[in-house]
Design a protein around this ligand. Sequence first.
Ligand SMILES: [Zn+2]
Length: 175
Amino acid sequence: MSERFPDIDWWCDRCKAYLNSQIGFDDHRYTWKCTECGHKNSISRDNIYKSHEDYWHQNNESTGGKLMGIMDLLKQLADGVYDGERTDSEMNGVSSGFYIDKGTPVKYREGKSTKFFDGKENIRTPGKRTEERFVTDEEKTTFFQSYGFIRDMFGDHPEVLDYSRQYYEDKKKNK
Ligand SMILES: [Zn+2]
């Protein structure tokens, strides 16, 4: 089956995950629920931008600042500049997000909590929590590249937004 929009890359409007590679993705659908964050993305011609740059210009004010290299970002991360930044979302009782814990980015997911009545009172059991920590410089670099665009998290740190944006633009060019 051919694609409805050949050669178009689709990205989640919320978490910016690359949708084309998600299991089951089919651009013949009119919406696609991101498997990363659960956001329902509209798959239509109106949602096609010429480039990431266009998209960003339309949706964010650009900082126009000088691009910081990864070494600068890693240093700032180690210095605690980004400590405490976080983003959380909840979907059908499942929460997930990212936060920076003393210089280490952490991605977490927490399942639905369950309730049951034991004959006397309701017992609440928290859902299973999983965490992925970005420990090595390589993992941290991947984190900045893949998730640095998240404005909830790095809105006060445009150098991170810019770095991630540049990464996605380069990736697109080299395809
Ligand atoms: Zn998403």
